[in-house]
Design a protein around this ligand. Structure first.
Ligand code: ARG
Length: 501
């Protein structure tokens, strides 16, 4: 006898080296609360359909609650020979309550159990990450409001291009992160359904009530096919895709902070608390946190590629390969949550330097396009105007002058279309103010953009609040007394149905 839950057909024990490779408990214990919540919900459902007696169900539920307490307090003895989180919990339950524990796994397989646990874990983690993103977007919108009218150079190819405002730039960051929040909520909605009842791959002949189980966990529905129910890891893949795009955004914001805090730009200073020094060069103040944010993107992309590679070409349904989904997923989620959690404080640590931004607006011919637009308004075709202003800029470069330094005579030598009103075009405030179309950098348009982002954020926050972890999971994680079982199947369905997000 091997002493394993599956040991019936084995006559020899497992080799130690095999046990070590096979075991996932070292990392999948992160799913403990989801596993226990899933088991409690399963036991309640089994009692509802008459597979468990009331006494058996109570013994199982009380035992599982006690085990959750031990885990919360760090007193639970995890065992490698019990392989994974599922068998550790079930084994501990048997140690506590004896034979009745053996009825918990009725109509269930570890394959649908782990699929459920992962969905519940993703729902919880995406919800927490969503909170952090919402807080960051809120912070960005507050800063953008403060700096809605502060002019700064806008860039393409990292070359000074046209004037924008700092509030406009911060609003762009807010728009990026609010799309991430939207995407994350989409992913959460799609994965918040129950695979339990898929069994190992072919369901179960026992009269389990899949809808009641789903409703107990406030999941919006059930998976449609038992093979797909245990073989599908789309929720994890989609989450990693979402996290990857989020980290692209975080890394771009971080890179801009690295640039802006450099002496070459100097647009922003970061407080000492967010920087470190050099052990060699006494003058250094390095933007380590933005650099780390930039660098951590790589881990998340790596996790996505790992999981895509893992799942590619796997035959249906469950394969043990899929146990390898967890470490990259956990690492990526932990990384993304850590990065997002630090963003609001990092933004608070910025001191903006309007003087440096203004100085940078002086050089670089940022108003050349406005000059061309001025010619267009005089009736010159844009291509011609572009050519004329190109010649003006070339003239300035040659003589070391700015656009506003040239005399009217000099302008008229370059084109007869110029007259004395040309100098009105060479004003940053005018340039900004005229770009007042929706989405533009005029301070008024920036404020309107902020208002739109704020109302979108309110909608996203409402969705976020509606589709998080069930009351059962929340109580279990916090060590509070559990909500009662949903009394009837129809009551359960009614609660399940309103969870749409
Ligand atoms: N630890 C396993 C995993 O994460 C649980 C499912 C095991 N199923 C099985 N048939 N061996 O994938």
């Amino acid at each position: 006898m091997s002493g394993k839950a599956w040991g019936g057909r084995f006559s020899e024990g497992t080799a130690k080296i095999v046990e070590a490779m096979n075991a996932s408990v070292g990392f999948d214990q992160a799913l403990a609360f989801e596993d226990i919540a899933g088991s409690i919900a399963h036991s309640r459902m089994l009692a509802k359909v008459g597979i468990l007696s009331g006494d058996e169900q109570r013994a199982i539920e009380d035992g599982l609650v006690a085990i959750a307490g031990e885990i919360r307090e760090g007193r639970f003895a995890w065992s490698v020979s019990r392989e994974d989180v599922h068998m550790n919990v079930e084994g501990a339950l048997a140690d506590r309550i004896g034979r009745a524990a053996g009825r918990l796994h009725t109509g269930r397989s570890r394959n649908d159990q782990v699929a459920l646990d992962l969905r519940l874990w993703l729902r919880r983690e995406l919800s927490a990450l969503g909170e952090g993103l919402a807080a960051t977007v809120r912070k960005l919108l507050a800063l953008a409001t403060e700096h809605a009218a502060l002019p700064m150079p806008g860039y393409t190819h990292l070359q000074r291009a046209q004037p924008i405002t700092f509030g406009h730039h911060l609003s762009a960051w807010a728009a990026m992160l609010s799309r991430d929040l939207d995407r994350l909520l989409d992913a959460r909605r799609r994965l918040s359904i129950s695979p339990l009842g898929s069994g190992a791959l072919a369901g179960t002949p026992l009269p389990v009530d899949r809808h009641a189980l789903a409703a107990e966990l406030e999941l919006a529905g059930i998976t449609v096919n038992s093979l797909d129910g245990v073989a599908d890891r789309d929720g994890a893949l989609e989450t990693l895709g979402t996290l990857s795009i989020l980290m692209v955004h975080v890394s771009r914001m971080a890179e801009e902070l690295v640039l802006w805090t450099s002496q070459e730009f100097g647009f922003v200073e970061l407080s000492d608390a967010f920087c470190t020094g050099s052990s060699l060069m006494p003058q250094k103040k390095n933007p380590d946190i933005p650099e780390l944010l930039r660098g951590k993107a790589g881990r998340v992309f790596g996790a996505q590629v790992a999981l895509l590679t893992l799942m590619k070409g796997l035959p249906l349904a469950y394969n043990k390969d899929m146990q390898e989904d967890k470490e990259p997923l956990f690492d990526a989620m932990g990384t993304a949550r850590q990065c997002v959690a630090i963003l609001p404080d990092l933004l608070s640590a910025m001191t903006v330097r309007p003087d440096k931004m203004t100085a940078a607006l002086k050089d670089g011919f940022l108003l050349a396009t406005d000059l061309a637009d001025w010619l267009v308004e005089k009736g010159v075709p844009f291509r011609e105007a572009h050519h004329i202003v190109g010649a003006v800029v070339g003239h300035c470069v040659l003589h070391g002058k700015r656009l506003e330094d040239l005399s009217l005579e000099a302008y008229r030598e370059l084109s007869e279309h110029f007259d004395e009103t040309v100098f009105t075009a060479l004003d940053v405030a005018r340039s900004l103010g005229r770009r007042s179309l929706p989405g533009g950098p005029a301070p008024e348009a920036v404020r309107q953009g902020i208002a739109r982002l704020a109302s979108e954020l309110a909608e996203l926050e409402a969705r976020l609040a509606a589709g998080g972890p069930s009351a059962l999971e929340r109580a279990l994680t916090r060590g509070e007394s559990l909500p009662p079982a949903k009394a009837t199947r129809s009551e359960a369905l009614a609660t399940g149905a309103k969870v749409g997000s």
